[in-house]
Design a protein. Structure first.
Length: 259
């Protein structure tokens, strides 16, 4: 496996109102936006922090309407061979929701789900003629944490470790909420997994966007028409988080080093 196999490389929002979403997240997270046009593809907006692209925004696809799928954020994980990884998902009890396909000049991707139905995208990026700058991992505007509400937390750790080479970093007993498993990529802690609470219908991945301070961001969420559904809460290590819904109904999270 290469160093990028198993690395979260992108995060993407599908929403029915892209202009409203662009305004909301620019306010809440501090992102700026730029347009990206790929031949034969629908319009695409890039969310940038310090001029560096960290996430994307596209209109909710018509073919998904009426299928019970809400507006949502989806992560992209880099893999060495997207076709082989898609086969590996299927062979290990997962499923391929959209077969591998090419995005001109960007890469080859597929939409996959783990054995309990949590959806991710996998991508083999196109070779680039230059190296693009990356944000510091803890920089405001970056994605600071990746969290899975799993069908079964322990099983999920084993599944993703096999598919992406992730390793279990540590675990925390959260009492009635169960065990929280922290996982790492190439030795660096990048997220956590836990068995989902019963009140959550489907397993899903969620993403934490870094903001400088949390209370001011909460004010921007609510004044912008969003809703905080959990928190503010201090987490081990001293950071503060909220979980929230944007005005179009997509679930997202924020993390900050201080209130």
């Amino acid at each position: 496996m290469s160093a990028t196999h198993g690395k979260f490389i992108w995060c993407e929002l599908m929403t029915p109102d892209t202009s409203a979403a662009a305004k909301f997240y620019s306010s809440v997270v501090g992102w700026t936006t730029s347009d990206m046009q790929v031949e034969g593809m629908p319009p695409y907006t890039i969310f940038e922090a310090n001029g560096i692209g960290v996430a994307g925004l596209m209109e909710f696809p018509a073919e998904l309407e009426g299928k019970g799928i809400p507006p949502n954020w989806t992560g992209y994980v880099g893999v060495d061979d997207v076709d082989q990884s898609a086969r590996d998902f299927a062979a290990n009890g997962g499923s391929v929701r959209r077969p591998p396909d090419d995005i001109p000049s960007v890469g080859r991707f597929a939409v996959v789900a783990d054995p309990h139905g949590a959806v991710l995208c996998i991508m083999t990026p196109a070779p680039m003629d230059k190296t693009w700058p990356e944000l510091a991992p803890d920089a405001p505007g970056n994605i600071g944490w990746h969290e899975l509400y799993a069908g079964n937390g322990k099983d999920a750790v084993a599944f993703y470790s096999k598919l992406f080479g992730w390793t279990k970093d540590s675990e925390m007993d959260m009492g009635p909420m169960g065990v929280y498993y922290l996982f790492a990529h190439n030795g660096k802690q990048i997220g956590g997994m836990m068995t989902k609470p019963e009140n959550i219908q489907m397993p899903f991945w969620s993403y934490y966007f870094i903001v400088p301070t949390l209370d001011a961001a909460i004010e921007r969420v609510t004044s912008g028409g969003g809703k905080v559904v959990h928190g503010p809460m201090e987490v081990p290590g001293g950071s503060w988080i909220i979980q929230a819904m944007d005005p179009q109904g997509a679930f997202f999270c924020l993390v900050a080093p201080k209130r």
